[in-house]
Design a protein around this ligand. Structure first.
Ligand code: PEP
Ligand code: MG
Length: 837
């Protein structure tokens, strides 16, 4: 039978309308596919053709049929009818059942559905429309069974059981273990996995499908944790791709479950009895008071509808690339500072900015002479509509990320990039605040955030918690009616915004904040003094810096020295390699910024996750295990020689210590020491800088004894040491919550490093992110670490913590941590053994 051409029959009786007139952007934009709509006058939906029921919505308001020519037909009864939760609908067929043309599929209570939803307008959409042509057979009114649409299969459409050309097709099913289902970050993780293969991959669930390339497409499937999905891969490496994707989908990631209620205190329900208070949900704890400032929104100029598509395509491409560049910079900074949450969020943003579903939708609109700004805005709004309609709160919150990208691209397109001035100390209110708003607000010194909408698991909430900025979401539309300039109290711990606080209350909040500020100020002042434990052990607290400016900040913050200068970050924005003089000047500037204090300068550590524009490296199968750190110096000896010469010429040389990254055996250290000697002789320099090695691969920790014989000091890089000990990629968003340097295996390696160094009278420091964790300070001191190199902003706090501890007590108690079985157990024990005041 030739099924290539099919006349679809009317599933309902009533007036017919084109999809573009349906008052719901999800359908009218064509984002879900091409089709037609009917405003029904009868109460039963019939099959427009013979086929198989692929999917029946749990809420029975929609059904998808697979026609015999492979077309997938979605019949969606009414608008927003998902909210009825099945009330008023009766399914007359089951999933998997074969139906004949005209067979009744769903019966519905016309009156009930009409009253409980926005509209009865029903759409018929071909959801796998690529390769099918649709031609309406009527445009007025139809009766059930009358010809409605001509559906023709073109050459490119896949037949129902067709194999994809150019490689094999492989398919498999899995239950989704990714926490919270396929929302933005897990969907980005899946896309990243798929990109490692040449095969094309699709995700199928409940009769709907999406390319794994498209984040919005995948999110639009509304897959929840524990849903079963099918993955289909087509191409040369389809088996390997399928295997990797099923593994990713079936592995629980590090995505936190929505915060436990203890961590997010929720206020009494909105509208409840407390006068003068708006109730919402705590997204980031804290207490603040200040004048209310409302954040403005972007107004789109009117669209004239006669834009030139070529110009608008160009403008949108440029704006998108501009925003992608900004996001990449944020990602790089987050990586440098070890902010894993931020990295995961902005990686997902980058993927959304490259999303074919989103870009194609915008391009299509531009082709219809719509301006780039309107096209982008409409494409984003359509996707937001799809996410919001899924009824999954976690996915609905991802609409916030999409709107953030909408705003960012619009700001570039409309040249409105300047930051809105927000006075320091104010409480910022908005319908919704998005991740990219946050940086400018933190810089301006905002005291707290209040949102009419939003959720506690949104990305902006995660970032606000990371920045310590109190934030309450879901305060309701009343928030936007509050008078600007009025002083309010934001009690985020209890999800409350007090909009008419008494003078005493304001004074009380101010006093509490003042107290916290005083503690911080005291720590800042005392940071200029050495950090000595209660029993008299001195711990040097230095700072990790990336350039002379940060070194100056560290000096003011009281750092005892620079514990790590990452030289690879000094010339990040350069297209050409810096010469010897430029390098010497940069190192000298860092030394000069630190007064009389010492500076540890690490030789260049590129490769792995760090890249330099001026030093392109060949692609490697497994870069984290490839040519990086000191291995690169061996492969490119001129590069290392140039850097060592620059280092030898700083003054005074006794204040400069040289540190070698990624050392894994003693010969590497001995060879560099000899080379340093040779170069110093050639330059006529008598003095030698101290030479240390990073302990950041397990072999170095295990050989600490032998390394310490030839090194002047050892510095533990817990970031890489965690990666290589736990076999978890430090850039892997899905493992971010599990790659924890307080794992007992790492503690054992740190203990072994300290013991090895002590045998030769050498000192050990920690310059990885663990040194900046107050919880870890007693353990590190207990295991024998003598120097901590931390983020400049934390010098005062870490020094204050050192002064509260007794080193001998830390030594004794930390031994018991080595016998524990997980990082979580270590964290719990630390909290119990060394409670923080
Ligand atoms: C480390 O690995 O802990 C470290 C300090 O080095 P980086 O983060 O630069 O790799
Ligand atoms: Mg490292």
């Amino acid at each position: 039978m030739n099924n290539n051409n099919l006349a679809l029959k009317a599933p309902l009786s009533g007036p017919v309308m084109p999809l573009s007139r349906v008052p719901d952007p999800v359908f009218s934009s064509g984002a879900m596919g091409d089709g037609i709509a009917i405003d029904p006058l009868n109460d039963c939906l019939h099959a427009p053709c013979a086929g198989v029921v692929m999917h029946l919505a749990r809420t029975r308001h929609a059904v998808t049929l697979k026609a015999d020519n492979g077309a997938e037909l979605l019949l969606h009864l009414g608008l927003d009818t998902v909210q009825l939760q099945g009330e008023g609908f009766e399914a007359l067929v089951r999933e998997g059942e074969r139906v004949s043309e005209g067979q009744p599929l769903l019966r519905f209570d016309l009156d009930k559905v009409a009253r409980g939803s926005r509209s009865l307008i029903t759409v018929l959409i071909v959801t796998n429309g690529e390769g099918y042509e649709l031609r309406p057979l009527t445009t007025t009114s139809v009766d059930v069974g009358a010809p409605l649409l001509q559906l023709s299969r073109t050459a490119t459409a896949p037949a129902a059981n067709e194999q994809h050309a150019g490689g094999s097709e492989t398919r498999g099913r899995v239950r989704v273990a990714l926490r919270g289902g396929l929302h933005a970050r897990p969907a980005a993780l899946l896309r990243k996995t798929a990109q490692e293969f040449s095969s094309r991959a699709e995700l199928h669930v409940g009769g709907r499908s999406a390319s794994i390339d498209s984040l919005v497409g995948v999110m639009g499937l509304g897959v929840a944790e524990q849903d079963e999905v099918e993955v289909i891969c087509r191409g040369q490496d389809s088996e390997a791709a399928l295997h990797a994707l099923l593994k990713t989908l079936g592995t629980a990631d590090g995505e936190p479950h929505p915060l436990p209620t203890a961590a997010i205190p929720v206020s009494a329900p909105r509208g409840a009895d407390e006068p003068g208070v708006l109730g919402g949900v705590c997204a980031a704890p804290g207490l603040a008071s200040g004048p209310l400032v409302r954040l403005g929104t972007i107004q789109l100029p009117q669209d004239t509808g006669d834009s030139r598509p070529d110009e608008q395509h160009r403008a949108l491409d440029q704006a998108l690339e501009h925003v992608r560049d900004d996001v990449r910079t944020t990602l790089q900074q987050a990586g440098k500072q070890g902010h894993a949450d931020e990295e995961a969020i902005f990686s997902a943003h980058l993927a959304l900015l490259e999303d074919p579903g989103l870009l194609d939708a915008a391009d299509l609109l531009i082709d219809q002479r719509i301006s780039a700004a309107h096209a982008w805005s409409r494409a984003v709004q359509t996707q937001c509509g799809i996410l919001l309609a899924l009824g999954n709160p976690l996915l609905a919150e991802r609409a916030n990320d999409l709107r953030d990208l909408e705003k960012r691209v619009l700001r570039v397109l409309l040249r409105k990039e300047g930051e809105q001035p927000v006075p320091a100390g104010s409480l910022v209110a908005a319908h919704e605040i998005t991740p990219s708003d946050l940086g400018p607000l933190v810089r301006a010194g905002a005291a707290g955030l209040c949102m009419a909408e939003g959720g506690a698991t949104s990305h902006v909430a995660i970032l606000a918690r990371a920045k310590g900025l109190p934030c309450v979401v879901a305060l309701g539309p009343q928030l936007l009616e509050l008078e600007e300039g009025r002083t309010l109290v934001l009690d985020a711990d209890h999800g409350r915004l007090e909009y008419s606080p008494s003078a005493e209350r304001i004074a009380q909040v101010a006093a509490q904040r003042e107290q916290r500020e005083q503690t911080r100020e005291r720590q800042r002042v005392q940071a200029q003094q050495p950090a000595v434990t209660r029993d008299g052990k001195s711990i040097e607290v230095g700072a990790n810096v990336a350039n002379p400016e940060e070194a100056a900040e560290a000096f003011v913050a009281g750092a005892d020295g620079v514990g790590l200068l990452r030289t690879e970050f000094l010339f990040l924005d350069r297209q050409q390699a810096p010469n010897e003089q430029e390098q010497q000047r940069a190192y000298q500037d860092v030394l000069d910024a630190m007064g009389e204090r010492r500076v540890i300068i690490r030789t260049i550590d590129v490769g792995g996750d760090k890249h330099l524009a001026y030093l392109p490296l060949p692609a490697e199968e497994n870069p984290a295990l490839g040519l990086r750190g000191i291995r690169l110096g061996q492969a490119l000896p001129q590069l290392l020689d140039q850097q060592l010469r620059a280092l030898l010429q700083v003054s005074p040389l006794h204040r400069c210590r040289v540190l070698l990254p990624m050392v894994s055996e003693v010969e590497e250290l001995i060879a560099i020491r000899q080379r340093l000697d040779q170069l110093a002789q050639e330059l006529g320099i008598e003095q030698r800088p101290e030479l240390g090695v990073m302990i950041e691969v397990p072999s170095a920790a295990l050989l600490a004894d032998q390394l310490a014989e030839h090194a002047d000091f050892l510095s533990i890089g817990t970031n890489d040491l965690s990666q290589y000990t736990l076999a978890m990629d430090r850039c892997h968003a899905g493992l971010a919550a599990r790659i924890d340097a307080l794992h007992p295996a790492l503690l054992r390696l740190i203990a072994q490093t300290c013991a090895g160094a002590a045998r030769h009278g050498r000192w050990v420091g920690v310059c990885g992110a663990l040194a900046s964790e107050v919880l870890a300070t007693p353990v590190l001191i207990g295991l024998g670490v003598q120097e901590l190199s931390v983020s400049p902003g934390l010098v005062g706090e870490i020094k204050a913590r050192v002064r509260e501890l007794d080193a001998e007590d830390c030594r004794q108690r930390s031994q018991e941590l080595l016998a524990l079985g997980s990082a979580r157990a270590v964290r719990e024990a630390c909290t119990r053994l060394w409670p923080q005041p």
